[in-house]
Design a protein around this ligand. Structure first.
Ligand SMILES: [Zn+2]
Length: 352
């Protein structure tokens, strides 16, 4: 098949299972059109649902919820709303994998100070971080599920997500916090499988589909001793059943312009200049993008962006620009070196 990009979304012929009709529209888009709901989502109702969910056990414990907080624009906007609009008692939780940009930290400090919110910045050991990342980069192939996760979510983003999920769940259980609120944007929420349709249901679903494959891979690798750092005891697993995972942007209409305007006006939030343009907080992202380009010839952002472009949430031209952005290769090489990842060992899946 000659190289082409879908005329409606941003997926190109490098996506496995893609095909194009005579108008240049991909099968994911035409399937989507067929499936499309007759009416638009009713965000008024969804927001009410959000209130109902988050007010469960309201004021019963020290905190009503953990907010997964990266310091990026989307989670800053979410944190602002949880406190100002919904009046929740929030613990902001940030995972520092050691590659957050300095400017992201600066934003975090500005936002949590202005909102007077309690904040935890949790940094696992470099050994654990490296073990999980290397597993996602080099050993992802050993299970069908992990192969899929690495492709759909990213060789770097998936391991990082596992670290965030497990460390925040542990905090929630230990501090008896009933809800964990996550600010992934719509396209990111739904990416899970090659069919690009599924969405996350709850914490148990996340644990089973995202975390367990990583634990399995760690167990059979030289990193087995790290599984206990990530996994939960039986008792904690029972307690986790009570924690609820709530997605902010599944219940609120996503509008990038409004998000940016709010965080700039309220916090003087500044887009970090030291990250690539897909991420406003994470330097590891560039490595993740480079690995995806080498392996599959696409950006890991193509999949979530395709979804959001299709739904009219993102502009197609802007998204294509972001997807094809030039990376700072000095930075990519530096990060790879820090992690002991030799980029020469990352080859195209087509050649393998
Ligand atoms: Zn398409």
């Amino acid at each position: 098949m000659a190289y082409q990009i879908c005329k409606k979304c941003v997926l190109d012929s490098n996506i496995p299972g893609i095909s194009f009709d005579l108008d240049g529209i991909c099968n994911f888009c035409s399937d989507y059109i067929k499936r499309e709901l007759p009416t638009k989502l009713n965000y008024e109702l969804l927001e009410k649902e959000f209130v109902k969910l988050t007010k469960r056990d309201f004021k019963k414990y020290q905190y009503d919820c953990i907010c997964l907080y990266s310091g990026g624009k989307d989670s800053s906007y979410m944190l602002y709303n949880l406190i100002k609009k919904y009046k929740l008692r929030v613990l902001a939780f940030t995972l520092d994998h050691g590659f957050l940009s300095d400017e992201a930290f600066f934003n975090i400090r500005k936002v949590v100070t202005k909102l007077k919110v309690d904040s935890i910045i949790y940094r696992p050991s470099r050994e654990l971080i490296t073990a999980v990342l290397k597993t996602g980069i080099f050993f992802y192939n050993n299970l069908p599920t992990s192969k899929e996760l690495a492709f759909v979510i990213g060789h770097v983003c998936w391991p990082c997500f596992v670290l965030i999920a497990m460390s925040s769940i542990k905090f929630a259980v230990e501090k008896q916090i009933p809800n964990v609120i996550v600010g992934t944007t719509p396209g990111q929420i739904r990416q899970k499988k090659f069919d690009l349709v599924s969405k996350y249901n709850d914490l148990i679903d996340v644990y089973k589909t995202m975390v367990v494959p990583m634990l399995k891979l760690l167990k059979v690798s030289s990193y087995a001793h790290f599984t206990q750092d990530l996994d939960l005891s039986f008792l904690k697993k029972l307690k986790v059943l009570k924690v609820r995972l709530i997605s902010f942007y599944e219940h609120h209409e996503y509008n990038e312009e409004r998000v940016i305007k709010t965080v700039e006006n309220e916090f003087d939030w500044q887009r970090p200049r030291d990250t690539d343009s897909c991420s406003s907080n994470c330097l590891l992202n560039s490595l993740g993008i480079e690995i995806h380009r080498r392996k599959y010839g696409i950006s890991p952002y193509a999949i979530p962006f395709a979804r959001d472009v299709r739904e009219g949430l993102l502009d197609r031209g802007e998204s294509l620009k972001t997807i094809n952005v030039d990376l700072n290769m000095e930075l990519v090489k530096h990060i790879a070196q820090e992690l002991g990842v030799d980029l020469k060992n990352i080859s195209s899946v087509k050649e393998a």
